[in-house]
Write a protein that binds this ligand. Structure first.
Ligand SMILES: NC(=O)c1ccc[n+]([C@@H]2O[C@H](COP(=O)([O-])OP(=O)(O)OC[C@H]3O[C@@H](n4cnc5c(N)ncnc54)[C@H](OP(=O)(O)O)[C@@H]3O)[C@@H](O)[C@H]2O)c1
Length: 324
């Protein structure tokens, strides 16, 4: 089968199409014929050598999510049958024509979605659900600040929090992105290049913050959190070393946490899939949540797809299409 391989760490050109053996599903794994693969910032970091794959996951083939058709079921599979349309959360290996994954990490593709749209969902939906709604204990009626509102993560967080009846604030890098996020349901969009979010929010405050920036945003985040506020990290793109005012944390009773999804155990991902099916999939059916696909590239143009992400002009998700 064809796969996109990281031949060495470096710029997007190190991604090359290669021929490798097709995986054979074992135990409770299904083999998916991949129709579309989601591109994530983590794939770019992995290609650059800044984000190693967890043990038992090949580091040379990126790809954390796919959509496609089940073509073979391992002997212990009970949930799926050949021909089922599924999307799946992966530990890696999604930039390939076939991938084997445990059945509990797959979800049915909602009837109204095509493969490109479905491939845009698993990584961001699972991450947002686990970090905002579970780790952040976000409740309807509370307010959420999500940094990087135009990212794949951001457009998912905005829509889900809005659908749950909450006030959503976001930071973005351009006025065009601000308008887009506003149309998606954000109540307030702050262009971080022209405005200081701490200044804008100093009188209103927020209950939960999802941050992937870290560094200089840390103290500002603490300042704008309400009492009993929760700050959740999913990355630290602008620096992982910060200085904590413990007294401020105590006085406001703040909780600070973070997580990485990729290395979590199967049982956790399976449970998340069940929660997503129960709480998020119905929002797709009733039109309150939709995939936001910026552009689908042919798998042969994977270099351009990564370059597109690095230019950061995109809004929503970038996808690799294996059917063209
Ligand atoms: N921990 C986990 O389990 C987990 C899982 C999935 C993703 N993530 C992380 O989540 C982040 C988003 O992933 P993605 O795939 O959705 O990436 P993405 O689409 O490339 O988004 C990254 C965004 O960061 C924004 N940004 C950069 N500097 C900023 C700043 N100073 N203030 C506010 N926004 C800023 C950029 O928007 P502008 O152009 O507007 O600046 C860009 O849209 C990545 O850091 C990724 O590693 C973590």
């Amino acid at each position: 089968m064809k796969a996109v391989t990281i031949t060495e760490f470096g710029s997007a050109e190190v991604l090359q199409l290669t021929e490798i053996p097709q995986p054979i599903p074992v135990g409770n794994e299904v083999l998916i014929e991949v129709k579309a693969s989601g591109v994530n910032r983590s794939d770019v970091l992995q290609r650059q050598g800044k984000y190693a794959a967890p043990t038992n996951t090949p580091n040379e083939i990126p790809g954390l999510e796919v959509a496609g058709v089940v073509v073979v079921c391992g002997p212990d599979v009970t949930q799926w049958k050949e021909g089922d349309r599924v999307c799946a959360l992966l530990g890696g290996g999604g930039y390939a024509q076939f991938v084997a994954v445990k059945e509990g990490q797959c979800l049915p593709i909602p009837a109204k979605l095509d493969f490109i749209e479905a491939a845009s969902l698993p990584e961001t939906v699972f991450t947002v659900w686990s970090n905002i709604f579970e780790r952040g204990s976000f409740q309807p009626g509370e307010s959420l600040l999500v940094h990087g509102g135009s990212s794949g993560i951001g457009v998912t967080a905005i829509q889900l929090a809005h659908a749950f009846g909450s006030r959503v604030i976001t930071t973005v890098g351009t006025d065009e992105k601000a308008q887009y996020c506003s149309d998606l349901g954000a109540d307030l969009c702050i262009n971080y290049k022209t405005q200081d979010f701490e200044e804008v929010l100093k009188n209103s405050g927020v209950d939960v913050i999802l941050d992937m920036i870290g560094g200089p945003y840390f103290e500002k985040n603490l300042h704008v959190l309400n009492e009993d506020g929760r700050l959740v990290y999913i990355n630290a793109e602008s620096g992982k070393d910060v200085s904590l005012d413990i007294w401020q944390m105590m006085v406001k009773r703040l909780s600070i946490s973070g997580s990485t999804l990729r290395g979590r155990e199967y049982e956790y991902k399976k449970r998340l899939a069940e929660e997503v099916l129960k709480y998020v999939w119905p929002l797709i059916e009733n039109g309150k949540f939709k995939p936001i696909v910026y552009k689908a590239y042919s798998y042969t143009d994977v270099v351009q797809a990564h370059q597109c992400m690095e230019q950061s002009k995109h809004i929503g998700k970038i996808i690799l299409d294996w059917e063209v």
